[in-house]
Design a protein around this ligand. Structure first.
Ligand code: ATP
Ligand code: MG
Ligand code: FE
Length: 345
């Protein structure tokens, strides 16, 4: 079967074509205008989706060498995400489904991030454990079958991507700062500065304390990590401190985020005795995490799986592969289905 999938949950408008579980095209339009505001502005995001969606779908069809008449099903991201953004993809998919008389498939975005690992030919075997690290979520997911997942741990406050972006903002870097921390970290010494490892129960994560620790560290221009009401530095001193130590700060911050993630994840993988481990979500594009994750697998004799870069951050390819498994199970949605900002369909 040939599936057209649409992703519009946040600030990328994306369309993909999947034929019998193989992704033929994965076209992504990223909305650059949010950078100037330091974050995604929901109203602007939905308007940009409206402008982008028709050309983005056209290009996805062209790249795959397919036309509307070839489609057997239309899939879209139903939840979670920004409601105005989700609505654009949902209404587009429903209209096309109605016009072409083809079934509609509703996909959960977080489930799709995990299943990005089923896109390549080399696939993990079930059950596998996945560390999903994105802009809004940080989860350890036990995946027993393509559509059977259990969240066994998650963040109790900020997501890993949020931690990257907030730390980057404190360093004066533009949004989204995660990829920039990755870039500068490559030149830096990860052991130069020590940031605390937060305490969270079980397989859960916490990142808000790290962000605060880094704020105080920068306010003290590296002189101390202890909070003082009256910071003994001037704006100029702090700026100079960041400028002359940027690579080492980025490398140290990145190392701490990675160790927080992998310490919890490896404990879960040992306890559950899984053989195959995966990462997913925007932060799985981080080069330090990809390397540390691979080393963790080698050390413990686990098979590691990491999606290609284009399938880490938001993309319709992952929606399409999830829809493929839903189609095999005949899990179709009715035309009155509504998108939801949170929760499962
Ligand atoms: P969610 O999937 O939870 O709804 P989202 O869709 O906004 O959130 P993604 O698109 O999956 O999130 O990921 C975006 C996040 O990934 C951002 O926080 C961004 O900074 C981070 N990110 C992307 N590339 C890198 C990188 N190389 N290093 C670190 N973080 C990165
Ligand atoms: Mg995005
Ligand atoms: Fe996402």
């Amino acid at each position: 079967p040939t599936i057209l999938a649409i992703e519009s949950s946040c600030d990328e408008t994306s369309a993909a074509i999947c034929v019998d579980g193989e992704i033929l095209s994965n076209n992504i339009a990223t909305q650059a205008m949010h950078a100037q505001y330091g974050g995604v502005i929901p109203e602007l995001a939905s308007r940009a989706h409206l402008q982008n969606i028709v050309p983005v779908v056209d290009v996805a069809l062209q790249k795959a060498g397919k036309g509307l008449q070839d489609l057997d099903a239309i899939a879209f991201t139903q939840s979670p995400g920004l409601i105005g953004s989700l609505l654009v993809g949902a209404e587009f998919a429903k209209s096309l489904s109605l016009a072409l008389h083809k079934p509609l498939i509703a996909v959960n975005h977080m489930q799709a991030h995990v299943l990005a690992n089923l896109i390549p030919e080399r696939k993990p075997s079930f059950p596998f454990l996945c560390l999903t690290v994105s802009g809004g979520h940080t989860q350890i997911v036990l995946c027993k079958a393509p559509l059977q997942m259990e969240i066994i741990g998650e963040t109790i406050d900020d997501a890993a991507g949020e931690a990257f972006d907030k730390c980057a903002k404190l360093l004066g870097l533009p949004y989204p700062g995660g990829p920039l921390i990755d870039k500068y970290a490559k030149e830096g010494n990860p052991d130069r500065f020590q940031f605390p490892e937060p305490k969270a129960q079980g397989y859960n994560f916490s990142f808000s304390g790290l962000k605060t620790a880094i704020l105080y560290f920068l306010m003290n221009a590296g002189k101390s990590q202890v909070y003082k009401e009256d910071f003994a530095t001037t704006d100029e001193e702090r700026k100079q401190f960041i400028d002359s130590n940027l690579a080492d700060i980025c490398a140290s911050v990145q190392k701490r985020i990675i160790t927080i993630l992998l310490n919890k994840f490896s404990k879960a993988a040992k306890d559950l005795d899984v053989k195959d481990i995966c990462i997913a979500g925007g932060v799985s594009a981080n080069s330090g995490l990809r390397k540390a994750f691979t080393e963790l697998g080698e050390k413990n004799n686990w098979n590691t799986f990491i999606p290609e870069f284009q399938y880490c951050t938001d993309n319709a390819g992952m929606i399409a592969i999830t829809a493929y498994y839903k189609l095999l199970d005949q899990k179709f949605a009715s035309l009155d289905i509504q998108p939801a900002a949170r929760g499962f369909e």
